[in-house]
Design a protein around this ligand. Structure first.
Ligand code: SAM
Length: 248
């Protein structure tokens, strides 16, 4: 039982906690949390009372040493981030890497993530997608990144905050083919959950149509480019490889 348990928590609807998550959170010696206040509220809701410790992004490396020492001493430790699955656009990866590097067990207790929830309703038929987390906040870096991703023959999944959703979608409509479909998944599992699929070029107008449309948390799923574009890219790549082989 001594190990680090990486426990997924709900992203809105508390009914999404898993039975196994509740069992583990009740039984561990200590719960390490991204924010002890946020996780304290969740645990209180489920009548779970365990000692909490803080493992935030800026102290993750030092905190990992403490977690390792406790597991070596025989403790079971759970790690939870504020919402969803730890290490998915959230802290946790550094802690996990350090605990595994120390030769100790790390056990996933899977559950909700906004990325899988959004993909499950986006209708990506090919099944190929690339998760990119949050786009860079600065416009220049963001456009450069979108440019680099534009020709990949797969769907692209992003997280975005409400205060940047308008500029990010405007950039996507400008950089990508604006006929490309996009699924906006907003406030998943919550009361005002909204899921729409429309051409990228129409996304800015959709956001502007209702002040509620820009509120809350978003997953943006940009569907794959039209087959013709992807195919011609494959051909371009083949030609490039032939040319590169001839270079000194
Ligand atoms: N670890 C989390 C997970 O597994 O999904 C993600 C944490 S990240 C800091 C927060 C971002 O996830 C939000 O800005 C939003 O893009 C996305 N997100 C989280 N909850 C969401 C929800 N209920 N509906 C839509 N997007 C959500």
């Amino acid at each position: 039982f001594p190990a680090l348990y990486v426990v997924a928590t709900p992203i809105g609807n508390l009914g999404d906690i898993t039975l196994r998550a509740l069992d583990i959170l009740q039984r561990v010696d200590r719960i390490a949390a991204e924010d002890t206040r946020v996780s304290g509220q969740l645990l209180a809701h489920f009548n779970i009372s365990r000692p909490l410790m803080s493992v935030r992004e800026h102290n993750e490396r030092e905190a990992a040493e403490g977690v390792i020492a406790r597991i070596v001493a025989g403790d079971a430790i759970a790690y939870v981030s504020d919402a969803g699955t730890p290490a998915i656009s959230d802290p946790g990866a550094r802690l996990v890497a350090a605990v595994r590097a120390a030769g100790l067990r790390v056990v996933p207790i899977p559950g909700v993530s906004a990325v899988t929830a959004a993909l499950s309703v986006a209708g990506i038929e090919s099944g190929d997608w690339l998760f990119h987390g949050f786009p860079p906040p600065k416009a220049g870096a963001r456009r450069a990144q979108l440019q680099a991703l534009a020709r990949l023959p797969c769907a692209l999944v992003f997280y975005e905050a409400p205060h940047r959703i308008e500029e990010t979608l405007a950039d996507m409509a400008a950089v990508f083919d604006d006929a490309r479909q996009v699924t906006l998944a907003r406030e998943l599992t919550k009361r005002f959950e909204t899921i729409v699929t429309l051409p990228l070029g129409e996304a800015p107008a959709w956001l502007a149509a209702d002040p509620n449309h820009v509120r809350g948390e978003f997953v943006v799923v940009v569907h794959a480019p039209a087959a013709a574009t992807a195919a011609s890219d494959a051909e371009a790549l083949r030609v490039l490889e032939i040319l590169a082989a001839d270079l000194p």
